[in-house]
Ligand binder design. Structure first.
Ligand code: SPV
Ligand code: MG
Length: 291
């Protein structure tokens, strides 16, 4: 599907705040294919997952090319909109102006840029470093992103993560809308949803909100819909966490049992993997062209 059509479809979908869209994280094309197969509304190309899949911290360690190739690979194997985590935009407004066309060409439908300083630190890390750039500087980054390609620009404020409180978070969110943001992602690492619910209720509502409820998982999607303010819920890291838990369990069992037979019906079959690899397509090519 053409990228402009997808941008417009996602924009319209985010306005359905009574039934927020749900995005699931992925860190590689196979994961993105599984997200589509499961029936989610979008793929979250997560910086946290990409970093974790390279076994490095989510702290601007990986170069932009890793994120770009992951985005391209995910867009090649499935058709859901890709919401790409650009962290701080790999630098300032100049860097963003060069990054956006590349991500659009790679298949991004939406990008998220956050108001932390480069290099960033993970929002979820206890005792993390969270200095923010000024509202003026971030407004320039949003405007640069908006004018650099056909893509939804989701501006993310880390004001709550940085401990600056609801008033500052709202002030920043409103300024980012003025700068052209299509949606505002507001993040919290409180263990209860109270902080995020307070923000959502106070949000004037010019554009839809986006939330990532990792640290307050008790908040049901239905309750979020009842707020009427949130257009998108991002499941930020459930692919990598599921993969790690499953690999650990399988590896340990094989060593404990001294055999691979015990895990055989607990893991995906090789024919399942062949199917995910698009084996049917290759067989058609073989039949048609191999002589
Ligand atoms: C990510 O998945 O990379 C995110 C969400 O940005 S979080 O890790 O919660 O900051
Ligand atoms: Mg991230």
């Amino acid at each position: 599907m053409g990228s402009l059509i997808k941008v417009n479809q996602l924009r319209a979908r985010l306005l359905q705040t009574a039934r927020p869209a749900i995005a699931m994280a992925a860190h590689n094309p196979l994961g993105a294919k599984l997200v589509a197969e499961a029936g989610f509304d979008a793929v979250w190309v997560s910086g946290f997952e990409l970093s974790a899949s390279h076994a490095v911290p989510d702290a601007s360690i990986l170069p932009m090319s890793v994120n770009l190739e992951a985005t391209r690979g995910m867009s090649e194997v499935q058709d859901l909109p890709l919401i790409v985590d650009l962290d701080t935009g790999f630098g300032n407004a100049v860097n963003i102006s060069y990054a956006i066309p590349r991500f659009v060409a790679a298949g991004a439908t939406a990008v998220v840029i956050e108001d932390k300083t480069f290099p960033k630190d993970s929002s979820l890390r206890a005792g993390g470093r969270h200095p923010l750039v000024s509202i003026e500087e971030f407004g320039g980054k949003i405007a640069a992103a908006k004018s650099s390609g056909s893509v939804l620009v989701i501006a993310r404020t880390e004001a709550l993560i940085a401990g600056l409180g609801q008033e500052e978070a709202i002030r920043r969110g409103c300024a980012y809308v003025e700068a052209g943001a299509d949606a505002i992602l507001v993040h919290s690492k409180q263990r209860t949803p109270d902080e995020i619910l307070g923000f959502c209720r106070a949000w004037p509502g010019q554009v839809p909100l986006v939330i990532v409820p990792t640290s307050y998982p008790q908040l049901a999607f239905r309750e979020v819909g009842e707020l009427g303010k949130v257009g998108l819920i991002i499941c930020g890291n459930h692919a990598i966490r599921a993969a790690v838990a499953s690999m650990r369990h399988t590896f340990q069992r094989i060593l404990d049992e001294g055999s691979i037979s015990g895990v055989e019906d607990q893991i995906a079959s090789t024919s399942d993997i062949f199917e995910l690899q698009g084996d049917d397509f290759m067989r058609t090519i073989e039949k048609t062209y191999l002589r």
